[in-house]
Design a protein around this ligand. Structure first.
Ligand code: GLC
Length: 559
């Protein structure tokens, strides 16, 4: 049905922008970002072209895990503003056509949450069963501990009541027990509450942990995800769940809802992300090409969320030890840049040595990889990290709006990067005026991505290429085709590609306006600069490229 190309399935080709209210913009001059500040910057975000904002947790919190430790799911952290400020923000975002989703952190609460305070007060407290308790917990598998620098077990003994409680993450984050129907109802109530205030969905934190290790065991843990999705869609048909499920593809697919697409609407693609870093480290396409070939097609209305960096460490847990070592060596050789033995606490441009050509190529990859791209705030200007900050906080630095900082009128609570990545060198204001800047490049990529629905909707075929540094694939949808090629090496190459069925077509480069004619043997030779990228639309010589897009044709004849 052609109507699927309308915005009903908006998440299929959204551009998601993740930000933390706390580090985006200070609107009241106390050194901490807030909803008023964020609201002032909505026009910037709309101008960038992103279509959906993902807000990291903004709920009241003792802040021992940067807000991922919640004490009240129904209000706003007073440091960030009031519920009134939140509603004003939502109203402004909606006015500019931006959707908003928020982190849903319900695998656990803070140990200071009133539910846990009650639960731990006595064994017969009505809230006792909202958490997972045991007299004799199973022995831990130390390799599975998420934060091995701080924890060595999933269980913590509670003196007062003489039992252990489960904590998949820090010990101050006791796991909620979704085996209890009251907890499941309460989670739905939380979703319902924020949806009433206008949210279009949630980024669901730590999904596998949420549905496992509950008491009593659920006969089908996925039923809870199906129930949540059904509940949301009854209330608002176009709402989504975007899940953090860092599992291999064969295990992950079930989280979309086996073939039906009735559980998580989208899942982050951790596998492609890690293979992309390996490919970048080697300057070779093979690891990424293999990931794209292995990657299963999600159910029809579901989608992959593609990213290169996020707010956490760059986890490399799905690579072999040898591969991980290669990435560490290339992008984070110092011990101080590494974390948990499996990841890097750096942002993208510093890892790529500040080489603008390479950084631009990496983002061209991000926006053209089949799926929905997710940006972490500041990536559009090449924000660096602050290794002096503790652990994963290194990458969660204040946004840099102007040479003097522009984040706050006073000294920001969090330090900004120094040297080559200081606000004087990296900021929005300067890059807005510079046509060659990363910001302008990202804006262009977003525009082109939105104009090429084939990338998000189409059938992807990885193309054989005689040159090991070149990753090339084609995305076909409704008789329209976009061909994408990236040169991962620092040497110019001529890549020969065979494009079946496109004999005599013209390929128009959507980033530069070069054109190439596909020859008789369905072959085309593409020159690629060092770290060069090309997005090419195929058309017959009579059709202007802009008329060949699926979007243009589908809107013209939605039948
Ligand atoms: C997720 C978040 C991470 C957080 C953890 C516990 O992995 O991305 O930042 O610390 O869950 O909530």
């Amino acid at each position: 049905m052609r109507l699927t190309f309308t915005s009903d399935l908006w998440w299929k080709n959204a551009v998601i922008y993740c930000l933390d209210v706390e580090t985006f913009k200070d609107g009241n001059g106390d050194g901490v970002g807030d909803f008023r500040g964020l609201t002032q910057q909505i026009d910037y975000l709309a101008g960038l072209g992103v279509t959906c904002l993902w807000l990291m947790p903004f709920f009241p919190t003792p802040n021992r895990d940067d807000g991922y430790d919640v004490v009240d799911f129904y209000s706003i952290d007073p440091r960030l503003g009031t519920l009134g400020d939140f509603v004003e923000f939502m109203r402004t975002a909606k006015d500019r056509g931006l959707r908003v989703i928020a982190d849903l952190v319900v695998n656990h609460t803070s140990d200071r949450h009133p539910w846990f305070q009650q639960a731990r007060s006595s064994r017969d407290n009505p809230y006792r069963d909202w958490y997972v308790w045991s007299d004799t917990p199973e022995p831990d598998d130390p390799s599975q501990v998420v934060f091995p620098d701080k924890e060595n077990s999933f269980w913590e003994f509670d003196e007062r009541t003489g039992q252990y409680y489960l904590h998949s993450f820090y010990k101050h984050q006791p796991d909620l027990n979704v085996g209890n129907p009251e907890v499941r109802d309460e989670i739905a109530r939380i979703l319902g509450f924020w949806m009433e205030l206008g949210l279009s969905g949630f980024r669901v934190d730590a999904v596998p942990y949420l549905i496992q290790n509950v008491n009593p065991k659920l006969p089908d843990p996925h039923e809870f995800l199906r129930d949540l999705r059904a509940f949301m869609c009854r209330r608002e048909g176009s709402s989504i769940l975007l899940g953090e499920v860092n599992l291999p593809y064969d295990e992950l697919l079930a989280y979309f809802g086996d073939g039906n697409g009735d559980e998580l609407t989208m899942c982050f693609d951790f596998v492609t992300m890690q293979r992309a870093w390996l490919a970048l480290a080697r300057g070779e396409a093979a690891p990424l090409a293999a990931a794209l070939r292995e990657r299963p097609r999600p159910p029809k209305d579901s989608q992959w969320a593609v990213f290169l960096r996020n707010h956490d460490e760059l986890t490399l847990d799905k690579l072999t030890e040898e591969e991980r070592r290669e990435v560490f060596e290339a992008f984070g050789p110092d011990k101080d840049m590494q974390i948990y033995g499996r990841g890097l606490r750096r942002r993208l441009p510093t890892m790529l040595g500040g080489d603008l050509r390479r950084v631009k190529m990496a983002y061209s990859l991000l926006f053209s990889l089949p799926g929905t791209p997710v940006l972490f705030y500041g990536e559009e200007i090449g924000l660096g990290e602050n290794l002096r900050a503790e652990g994963r906080m290194a990458v969660r630095v204040p946004m840099q709006w102007a040479p003097e900082g522009g984040f706050s009128l006073v000294e920001p609570e969090r330090d900004m990067p120094e040297g080559a990545y200081s606000p004087e060198r990296v900021n929005v204001a300067d890059q807005k005026r510079d046509p060659g800047s990363l910001l302008r490049w990202i804006q262009l990529l977003i525009e082109r991505y939105r104009e090429c629905p084939e990338l998000a909707w189409g059938e992807t075929t990885v193309l054989d290429c005689d040159h090991p540094a070149v990753l090339a694939y084609r995305c076909d949808a409704e008789e329209a085709t976009v061909v994408v090629a990236h040169n991962l090496s620092d040497k110019a190459v001529d890549a020969e590609l065979t494009l079946k069925g496109l004999r005599s077509c013209v390929l128009t480069d959507l980033l530069t306006d070069d054109t190439f004619r596909i020859g008789d043997r369905d072959a085309v030779e593409l020159p690629l600069d060092p770290h060069g990228s090309r997005w090419l639309r195929a058309t017959t010589p009579e059709v202007p490229p802009e008329d060949a897009s699926v979007k243009a044709r589908a809107t013209a004849s939605p039948s």
